[in-house]
Design a protein. Sequence first.
Length: 425
Amino acid sequence: MRPVTAVSLTLFLLLVAGFGLVNGNIVLLALPFVLYLSLSLLAAPEAANLDIQRTLSSIRMPAHSEITITLTITNNGGSISELLLEDAVPEGLILTDGATRQLLALPAGASHGFSYTVEVPRGQYQFSQVTAVVRESFDLRRRQFTCEVPGNLFAYLVPRASNLKQVAIHPRRTRVYSGIVPARVGGEGLDFFGVRDYRQGDSQRRINWLAGARHPGSLFTNEFEQERVADVGLILDARAASNIPYGNQSLLEYSIEAITLMVDALINQGNRVALLIYGGAVNYTLPGYGKLQRERILQALSGAQLQSSHVFAQLRALPTQLFPAQSQIVFVSPLLPEDVPFLRRLRAYDYEVLLVSPNPISYESRLMPDAPALALAAKLAQLERELLHTELLQAGIFVLDWDVARPFDDVARAHLQTTRLTRPV
């Protein structure tokens, strides 16, 4: 018995005895309460020795799927008459079935399990603690403690379509491995690159007889452009200022959808792909190849959220040194007017830049009521946006303006799968 409890009980008994000296009936009335208090003190709960295990039906799933979480509790100590368990559910998960609290009796050595179901929006979630409360039958004494039961899961955004097979890119420098990206170097390939002097061992099928006829006594061989893999840096704009949050929606979800589709196409082409999420901080996924890299990028995208920061409010803080020189950069952003000088500077640094821009004007227009003044304002804003695009195009940056009312793969197949990305002259 704790000293404080003993002192309290002693004072209570002395008080009852004092009243009893005045009137014996008071003692008789107090006996049930004294008995109740004494029994509750004798039945004070001991420290529990519990082993709690958490099982998730899946740790990787499409966004808005449901998973079942099961907790299994084993009592390695004495018998517990009342045990209240409560699982701490990460913020954002939506309970759809069952309960996260369970009240039970657990004899010594016994085990018990219970489950509940949650809906998982896009994101990364970490389970941490389970709270256990041991109570005695009279509910006057209880012990509460927490058990660390870690668990992790992530839900990735599933795009509305997945039939984008290729993204045509043309970086100034490629890697040494064979691929499908034009390398701007003569050799083995499909597209005509130029002619050179005939060398011994050249195939007769590649001799350019017309050029030889213009220069009697000389032979020339056709060369084709080599095709290799490239370094591709994907940049996701997660700044709240550029993504127009509206309730639980924002353009960020569309940007993530676009990157998810392009990642599949670029990795399937054999390219080395990296991802930079730029918002309240810099979240960088190192470059890599293949399915494992795709999984890393999907996990990074699942945790992308709108962020605000004075440091990263403008693109000038973006660390361009993370991307190899003369590589391909794909920037996915609704685009702010102050972003244009930075993108032009990227071109001056000899990067090849592709801007995929979800259109914020058409997106916001559909969320607002119909009104002539609003329609006029939208037209003026669209004209200003087209001027920004023209400025970028003149700097050598290809711009894909995406009305998010259309599936991204339809727009991308029309503009990004061509052999050469066309720009105005």
